[in-house]
Design a protein around this ligand. Structure first.
Ligand SMILES: NC(=O)c1ccc[n+]([C@@H]2O[C@H](COP(=O)([O-])OP(=O)(O)OC[C@H]3O[C@@H](n4cnc5c(N)ncnc54)[C@H](OP(=O)(O)O)[C@@H]3O)[C@@H](O)[C@H]2O)c1
Length: 347
């Protein structure tokens, strides 16, 4: 495994991180534990979860993913062997995650509630990396491209958010902070506030990134490089379309595409792009999965690539893809694909 520095911390994480958001929906507790054991055995030291998981968000299942990780943590007694990341839900009508509110927000009170509940479910005293899942402010996220000037008075001040998180760091509940689905403005604003108050800096930005969803290249990549807020890339396989499994026009039984077609949103309308990626991979002598995963892992601004799997065979294939050598020819093809299709998927 290859290790990369997490922001300006002294922590080194593996360039592959184990994603967990299918556990509790598509995957059972036993399968979750099997994936965790295998990933650790293969040398991965980074696990990503969220209070909201599994997906799609649902009152019946919310929190299950962290609970499954919690029972694993309690039984394996190896808490110092990995870096555990979780997230507090951004602005949404996910009222079931809170005792009283009808909307999840990043108010200090809600952050306190979310941290306490995650620690309990995870059966741990601390979370290594605590991330703001998406911004508190009203903004176009998850696939909406166009900017709108939303009302700033209806946003929790970033200083209040960072202050609340800092108090949890002081208590020892969390070690480091990260953002997710954040814009260059938000990332820079958090840095400014950290410097002004002598509070901790954000150490990473978790965003969508794959061969056909490359918005991170425009703005956020520069912030990542110059400010050491590296990318934690999610959906590196475009939720599955970059594996080739949908190339014959069918949605395989049990796949995300067949179970949660709407959740895959913009990937369906980017069919020309992903078909070309998958054909290109074969022509390069790779599987589509290898090409897609290694493309993400070979980005200079990447800290870690968050892989997700619903079976052990997928997990093995995805970890094995790390051993591919990224060549100039592959880079040339990735560039051609980007020039041809630009960013057909916003999320
Ligand atoms: N911060 C955020 O807003 C955010 C958003 C999304 C994800 N994430 C994080 O990123 C992680 C990964 O995201 P993702 O699941 O969207 O990643 P992805 O790699 O794009 O998609 C993973 C899905 O593709 C299918 N798959 C994976 N490997 C395969 C293989 N080798 N062959 C065929 N199919 C394969 C599986 O679904 P099926 O078997 O069901 O087809 C799997 O669940 C999540 O677990 C979560 O931790 C964060």
């Amino acid at each position: 495994m290859e290790f990369r520095q997490l922001g300006r911390t002294d922590i080194k994480v593996t360039s592959i991180c184990l994603g967990t958001m299918t556990w509790g929906e598509q995957n059972t507790e036993k399968q979750a534990h099997e994936q965790l054991d295998y990933a650790i055995e293969r040398g991965i030291n980074f696990i990503d979860t969220a209070e909201m998981y599994p997906v799609p968000a649902n009152p019946k299942t919310q929190g299950r993913t962290e609970s499954y990780i919690g029972t694993w943590i309690a039984s394996r007694k190896n808490r110092d062997k990995y870096i555990l990341a979780s997230k507090v839900t951004g602005r949404a009508a996910i009222h079931w995650a809170r005792d009283k509110e009808d909307q999840t927000r990043h108010t200090p009170a809600q952050i306190d509630e979310a941290v306490e509940k995650s620690l309990r479910r995870l059966q741990t005293d601390y979370i290594d990396l605590y991330q703001l899942h998406w911004p508190d402010r009203d903004m176009p996220g998850f696939g909406f491209h166009s900017y709108q000037d939303y009302d700033e008075s209806d946003m929790t001040p970033l200083e209040d958010i960072l202050g609340a998180l800092n108090r949890h760091i002081e208590k020892g509940n969390i070690r480091h902070l990260g953002i997710s689905n954040e814009t260059p403005w938000g990332a820079m604003k958090f840095i400014q506030l950290a410097e002004k108050n002598n509070w901790p800096r954000m150490v990473s930005n978790q965003c969508v990134y794959n061969l056909i969803a490359r918005r991170f290249d425009y703005g956020l990549a520069e912030v990542a490089m110059r400010e050491q807020i590296g990318l934690l890339a999610y959906s590196p396989l475009g939720m599955g379309v970059l594996t080739g499994k949908y190339d014959d026009g069918e949605k395989p039984k049990g796949s995300r595409g067949s179970l949660f077609s709407d959740f895959m949103g913009g990937y369906w309308t980017a069919e020309d792009a992903w078909r070309d990626c998958n054909r290109t991979a074969i022509a390069l002598g790779l599987t589509p999965t290898q090409f897609a995963l290694k493309f993400v892992e070979s980005r200079e601004f990447l800290t870690s690539n968050i892989i997700g799997a619903t079976s052990m065979a997928q997990l093995k294939e995805n970890i094995d893809a790390h051993h591919i050598t990224w060549t100039d020819e592959m880079e040339k093809e990735a560039h051609r694909l980007h020039k041809t299709y630009r960013c057909p998927v916003g999320r």
